[in-house]
Design a protein around this ligand. Structure first.
Ligand SMILES: C[S@@+](CC[C@H](N)C(=O)[O-])C[C@H]1O[C@@H](n2cnc3c(N)ncnc32)[C@H](O)[C@@H]1O
Length: 322
């Protein structure tokens, strides 16, 4: 291994992230999708400084995200499905969310000294939309895999706790004509979920509930409670309390599906999950990436058993239990 290169790559990683994410936010990739442009033309279109744009687009071309021909630039065709706003496979929202989070990561030194997350800031409407629609960018892929690997045909009612934009409920309802889903989340995300559910023509089978799952009732009589990418935001006391609540919300024999990124017991693998834990350290009170063993232990304490662990995209697992 070339240690010098490894350490320099790790140390300089923030520069690549800053170039990519700020260019995305500035609209550079959309602006270079239809037409090849000079940096000056691009700067005028995106309302940017011409010299700064010239330097940044050359670095994007060097990184292979833009193509350069003469003095004109265009977004690389291979990158377009993920970077352009109107692509059905766009990752624009989750990448925008990454940009918002990068500002918090700059304070990791303070977090490491205090053990406390960065102070919570009021999210702008754009930041909330990036976060919630970013969940759609991620869950679009994983929920299809969950639906393919876990048979929900037995279920009539499913509670999607912290369901965000409702992506999983939309996938599950589309796959199971007899299934009714409830997306439960805070007020802002539920507004976005309602848009997505209406766009999917599923308002007759997917309803929404505005609530705080820590303090409010979550309902009862569900055949399935689906908890996807939630427990990494919470400490183990709150996680156990949510499992207890979920158990009470299930009919006898009902199933809990707990999807998340899980660490192996060593806590060093998968590397992405170990890094994600730092993200939760910076941004949440007590959140982290749980090991699968820790999650199973907490589920057991809440009275769940009959565990099955299923690998799903992307780098996630679903623990199915009853
Ligand atoms: C990381 S997202 C996961 C969204 C979705 N389950 C998925 O997998 O795509 C976490 C979700 O939990 C919601 N959430 C956080 N705290 C909550 C609370 N106290 N009550 C209800 N929902 C909450 C957030 O608004 C957000 O939609």
């Amino acid at each position: 291994m070339d240690w010098n290169e490894k350490i320099n790559d790790m140390a300089g990683g923030y520069k690549n992230a800053a170039i990519l994410l700020n260019s995305l936010r500035a609209g550079i990739f959309d602006a270079l999708a239809e037409e090849w442009k000079t940096p000056a033309e691009l700067a005028a279109d995106c309302k940017l400084d011409a010299r700064a744009t010239d330097i940044v687009v050359h670095s994007l071309a060097a990184a292979g995200i833009l193509k350069k021909d003469g003095d004109r630039f265009s977004t690389e065709p291979g990158a377009r499905p993920f970077l352009l706003a109107d692509s059905p496979t766009t990752m624009k929202s989750i990448l925008g969310h990454n940009l918002s989070m990068m500002r918090g990561w700059a304070h990791l030194d303070e977090v490491m000294q205090s053990g406390q997350p960065i102070p919570k800031q009021e999210q702008s409407k754009e930041q909330l939309r990036d976060f919630i629609c970013g969940m759609e960018n991620v869950s679009r892929i994983s929920s299809l895999d969950v639906a393919a690997k876990i048979d929900l045909a037995f279920a009539k009612r499913l509670l999607d706790l912290g369901g965000g934009p409702g992506t999983s409920s939309i996938t599950f309802a589309n796959d199971n004509p007899g299934l009714e889903c409830v997306v439960y989340d805070l007020e802002g995300p539920i507004e976005i979920a309602e848009e997505q559910i209406a766009n999917a023509n599923l308002s007759n089978r997917i309803s929404t509930v505005v609530g705080d799952f820590h303090t409010d009732d979550i309902g009862e009589g569900f055949d399935v409670v689906y908890i996807s990418n939630i427990i990494h935001m919470m400490d183990s006391e709150r996680t156990l309390a949510l499992f207890n609540k979920s158990r009470r919300a299930l009919v006898p024999g009902g199933r809990l599906l707990l999807k998340d990124f899980y660490l192996e017991d060593s806590q060093t693998e998968p590397a992405f999950c170990a890094q994600f834990s730092v993200n939760m350290l910076v941004n949440t009170q007590g959140g982290k990436t749980y090991t699968r063993s820790e999650a199973l232990d907490l589920l057991g304490k809440a009275g769940f058993g009959d565990f099955e662990v299923i690998d799903v995209a992307t780098q996630s697992q679903v623990i199915v239990c009853s």
